[in-house]
Design a protein around this ligand. Structure first.
Ligand SMILES: *Cc1c(COP(=O)(O)O)cnc(C)c1O
Length: 407
C-alpha cells in the first residue's frame, strides 16, 4: 500500500501546521498505516492522497450520512452556489430549513443555525442560563460536548474559571445526577447529556430509560433545561430526536454532524418555553447563514425522511455487527460490539493497551476498510449490502492476519 504522498504531506504540514495537524484528525492519534489525507469520496468509499480506495466506516466522524457526494444533496448545493452563498442577510433557505426542523423534530418549536457542534452546545447553555437566570450546568464526566474552553477534553489553554459553573455526574448513574443537582441547589440552569454514552476510549453504553426519565424529572422539578446533545447521534437513530424512542423530550437539542451530509452546519432547536430566552441572547457568526449548507441540509433531511435513513442504517449496521460477530468467533477472538448498530464500535477483550485493536484496525486499513481502534464508527445509507460485504471481506482477512501474527 503506497504511502508516499501522505508522508510527504505530513512532512510539509509538520513545518507549517502546529503538530502537523490539530484535534481528532491528527494522524499521530492512530496507527501509522491510517491515511491522514484524503482526496475523494463517493458513496460508501473514500480515496486517500496516495490513490488507495477504502470502504469508509468512519463517515468523516459522522457528517456523511447519505454517502459521500450524494447526488440530490450536491445538486441542491450547486444550485444554491450558483445563486450565491453569503449575503448581508439570510436566504429564504433559513426559513425553509427551520420549518423542516420543526416539522421533523418532535421537541422543536423553533430552530437557530450555526456552523459547528460546539456552537450548538455552547449556545444551548447560553439559552438555558438566559431563561433561568442561573449559572450551573451539569454534564456527564467524560462526555464530549465540543472543543470550547468550557468543554474541551484537554484543559491546556483553559482556566479553572472556564469550567467554574459546571458540575459533573456519571452517565447512567441517576443517583450521581441527583446528588449533583442537590449540590447546585437553586442555581441549576441545565443538564446537558448525549443520547447514549459514546465517550472515546470506552465501550459504548445505551442510555438506561430510567436514567433519561430521571434527568427529565430533575429538570421539571427544578425548572432547569434538559439539553440533548444530539450532535453525534442526530438523524442516525431517529429523525424525530434520539430520545424519542425513550419517550423523553429535551427542552433544547444541539445538532450538527449529519444534518447537511458533510456541509458545514449546526442547529439548535428548542421548545416554546425557551423561545424568549433564545431571542434575548446574542449569538451569531459571519458564516452561520451561508445558504449552500442550508440548501444541502434541506436536501439531506428530505432524503433521510423519504428513504427512512435510520432504518437503512440500522439494516447496514446489523449486517456488519452480525458479520463481525461470526468472524470473531471463527477466528477465536472475544470482542465487544457496543452502542446502536448505526454507530458501531468494536473492542477486544483483555486489550487494555489496544495492542490487538491497533493491529486489527491497521490490518483492516491495509485491506481496504477504514475503521477506528478507540472511537465509534458510523454507518451511512450508502452502506449497501455490497459495501458492507466488501468491508466484511477486509475485516475477515484482518482477523485471520492478526491471529497468524502477520497483521
Ligand atoms: C462532535 C461533537 C460535538 C462538537 O461538534 P463540532 O462540530 O466538532 O464542534 C459536540 N457534541 C458531540 C456529542 C459531538 O460528538
Amino acid at each position: 500500500m503506497e504511502r508516499t504522498r501522505d508522508a510527504e504531506l505530513r512532512a510539509r504540514a509538520a513545518k507549517v501546521v502546529p503538530g502537523g495537524m490539530y484535534g481528532h484528525m491528527n494522524g499521530a492519534n492512530l496507527p501509522p498505516v491510517f491515511p491522514q489525507f484524503y482526496t475523494e469520496g463517493e458513496g460508501a468509499h473514500v480515496t486517500d492522497a496516495d490513490g488507495n480506495r477504502y470502504v469508509d466506516l468512519m463517515c468523516a466522524y459522522g457528517p456523511i450520512v447519505l454517502g459521500h457526494r450524494h447526488p440530490a444533496v450536491e445538486k441542491a448545493a450547486a444550485a444554491q452556489r450558483d445563486a450565491g452563498d453569503c449575503f448581508s442577510g439570510p436566504s429564504p433557505r433559513l426559513v425553509e430549513l427551520a420549518e423542516l426542523f420543526v416539522d421533523t423534530v418532535a421537541a422543536a418549536d423553533w430552530a437557530m443555525f450555526a456552523k459547528n457542534g460546539t456552537d450548538a452546545t455552547t449556545v444551548s447553555l447560553m439559552i438555558a442560563r438566559a431563561a433561568t437566570g442561573r449559572r450551573t450546568v451539569l454534564a456527564a464526566a467524560g462526555s464530549y460536548h465540543g472543543s470550547a474552553p468550557w468543554c474541551t477534553p484537554n484543559p491546556a489553554g483553559t482556566t479553572p474559571g472556564d469550567r467554574g459553573d459546571l458540575g459533573y455526574f456519571t452517565y447512567n448513574d441517576l443517583a450521581s445526577a441527583r446528588a449533583a443537582a442537590d449540590t447546585a441547589g437553586d442555581d441549576l440552569a441545565a443538564i446537558i447529556v448525549t443520547p447514549f454514552r459514546h465517550d472515546a476510549h470506552h465501550d459504548q453504553e445505551l442510555a438506561d430509560p430510567e436514567f433519561a426519565r430521571g434527568l427529565r424529572e430533575i429538570c421539571d422539578r427544578t425548572g432547569a433545561a434538559l439539553i440533548l446533545d444530539d450532535v453525534r447521534c442526530g438523524f442516525r437513530l431517529d429523525l424525530a430526536g434520539s430520545w424519542e424512542p425513550l419517550g423523553v423530550r429535551p427542552d433544547l437539542s444541539a445538532w450538527s454532524k449529519a444534518i447537511a451530509n458533510g456541509h458545514a452546519l449546526a442547529a439548535i432547536t428548542g421548545t416554546d418555553a425557551l423561545r424568549d430566552a433564545a431571542t434575548r441572547i446574542y449569538a451569531t457568526g459571519s458564516f452561520w447563514c451561508s445558504a449552500v449548507s442550508m440548501a444541502a441540509a434541506i436536501a439531506t433531511i428530505t432524503e433521510l425522511r423519504r428513504i427512512d435513513g435510520p432504518a437503512l442504517m440500522k439494516a447496514a449496521g446489523t449486517r456488519l455487527r452480525d458479520g463481525l460477530a461470526a468472524q470473531a468467533a471463527t477466528h477465536g477472538f472475544t470482542i465487544n460490539q457496543t452502542g446502536p448498530v448505526q454507530m458501531p464500535f468494536l473492542t477486544f477483550a483483555e486489550d487494555p493497551h489496544l495492542d490487538v485493536a491497533n493491529a486489527w484496525t491497521s490490518a483492516c486499513v491495509r485491506r481496504g476498510a477504514i475503521v477506528h481502534p478507540w472511537h465509534n464508527w458510523f454507518m451511512s445509507t450508502a452502506h449497501t449490502p455490497d459495501a458492507i460485504d466488501a468491508a466484511l471481506q477486509a475485516t475477515d482477512e484482518a482477523f485471520a492476519a492478526v491471529r497468524a501474527g502477520r497483521p
